[in-house]
Design a binder for this molecule. Structure first.
Ligand code: FES
Ligand SMILES: [Fe+2]
Length: 372
């Protein structure tokens, strides 16, 4: 198993200049052992956005998430502190919270009723008298790092090498200087399950607008493609373009500067004037992923505008799902192993492959760094 992974990892060189580079090989999208390695190395060792701050604004509010098979719980304590835990009971590993979000006064496991306080300390252990060498204080919930940024909450499943604020630094500056989150409020969430590896979805997102004219004809009407720019910095890519007047729902809801922000490895923010949505790409297996969209709007925008805007996003998503699932099927073809990059358009996609290749190939995570 290990030898096979090493061989597959060795088939990609992340240090070539874009002009000479090829994509990661197709096996990285189809091999279960690469997926297993990504769970341990990528998803457990990067900051992961797991939800929204408004879900955990008040004491006792919690949110749950599944990060590449790892169940996570984030909860606001009575003291106002946000804490992260694995959503796994110390008794027999059942879940402590069984819904996407909610409010509790304590964490009570639904299986045998063990209870933990909001700081993760074990408090109630029914019918456990006479158990030798068992101390409640040693059976609390192990904490994980949690941090807040703008409207988002992030966690890090292993001790982080850097604070979230540093990991996202270029996006933080973009938010502060170009497109602030101020005045945007969460409105709706939609969830899509796709029959493709999570990286196929990310690749499609990061192709610098290369597929916009062919796959998204309605959206293309509103984007000034000739001024589409892609900027790669650290663990982020920002693609942006001016919008131009267009007919219909697209023209009404896609105005101002279009910006598509990506945070390694799996989080995206799409913004226009008064309109923002986030895409959170969650691996469900080597050939399946879930994409969760959260839609935000400026508070003064009317309901029909919001519905039109969501309909535009859903149309774009349907078009993207079609090509992503087709690509996943064809990545199994014996005719295909790697592809080349458009130097003019696809620097963002190569930046992603460089980050991923470097992280998977790094002998230790301390030696993993971003290309720029
Ligand atoms: S698994 Fe939680 S109380 Fe038994
Ligand atoms: Fe697309």
């Amino acid at each position: 198993m290990r030898g096979n992974v090493s061989r597959l990892l060795g088939e990609f060189d992340p240090e070539l200049p874009l002009e000479r580079a090829s994509t990661i090989p197709s096996s990285w999208y189809t091999a279960p052992e690469v997926y297993q390695l990504e769970r341990d190395v990528v998803f457990a060792q990067t900051w992961q956005i797991v939800g929204r701050r408004d879900q955990v604004a008040q004491p006792g509010q919690y949110l749950t998430a599944d990060i590449a098979g790892e169940p996570i719980l984030v909860i606001r304590g009575d003291d106002g502190t946000l804490r992260g835990f694995f959503n796994v009971c110390r008794h027999r590993a059942a879940r402590l919270c069984t819904t996407e979000c909610g409010t509790v006064t304590k964490l009570r496991c639904h299986y045998h009723g063990w209870t933990y306080d909001l700081r993760g300390q074990l408090r109630g252990v029914p019918e456990f008298d006479g158990v030798d060498n068992f101390r409640r204080e040693e059976n609390g919930l192990p904490p994980i790092a949690v941090a807040e940024w703008g409207p988002f909450v992030g966690v890090h499943l292993t001790p982080p090498r850097q604070p979230l604020a540093d990991f996202i630094a270029p996006l933080r500056l973009w938010a502060e200087n170009e497109q602030p989150f101020d005045g945007l409020k969460w409105y709706a969430r939609k969830t899509y399950d796709l029959a493709c590896n999570w990286k196929v979805y990310v690749d499609n997102y990061l192709d610098g607008g290369y597929h916009v004219n062919t796959v998204h004809p309605a959206l293309a009407d509103s984007l000034d493609y000739s001024h589409y720019q892609t900027t790669c910095r650290g663990y982020t890519v920002v693609q942006s373009a001016p919008t131009k007047p267009a007919p219909g729902d697209v023209g009404r809801t896609r105005t101002g500067r279009a910006a598509y922000w990506w945070l390694y490895p799996n989080f995206m923010i799409n913004s226009y004037a008064g309109v923002m949505d986030t895409n959170w790409v969650l691996p469900l297996g080597v050939d399946r992923c879930r994409v969760i969209f959260d839609f935000y709007f400026a508070e003064n925008l009317p309901d029909d505008f919001r519905q039109q805007s969501i309909a535009v996003a859903e149309q774009v998503q349907a078009e993207d799902i079609g090509v992503c699932e087709e690509v996943q099927r064809n990545l199994h073809s014996r005719s295909y192993t790697t592809g080349r990059f458009s130097v003019k358009r696809e620097n963002g996609g190569y930046h992603f492959h460089q980050l991923l290749g470097r992280q998977l190939q790094a002998p230790t995570q301390a030696e993993f760094s971003s290309p720029i």
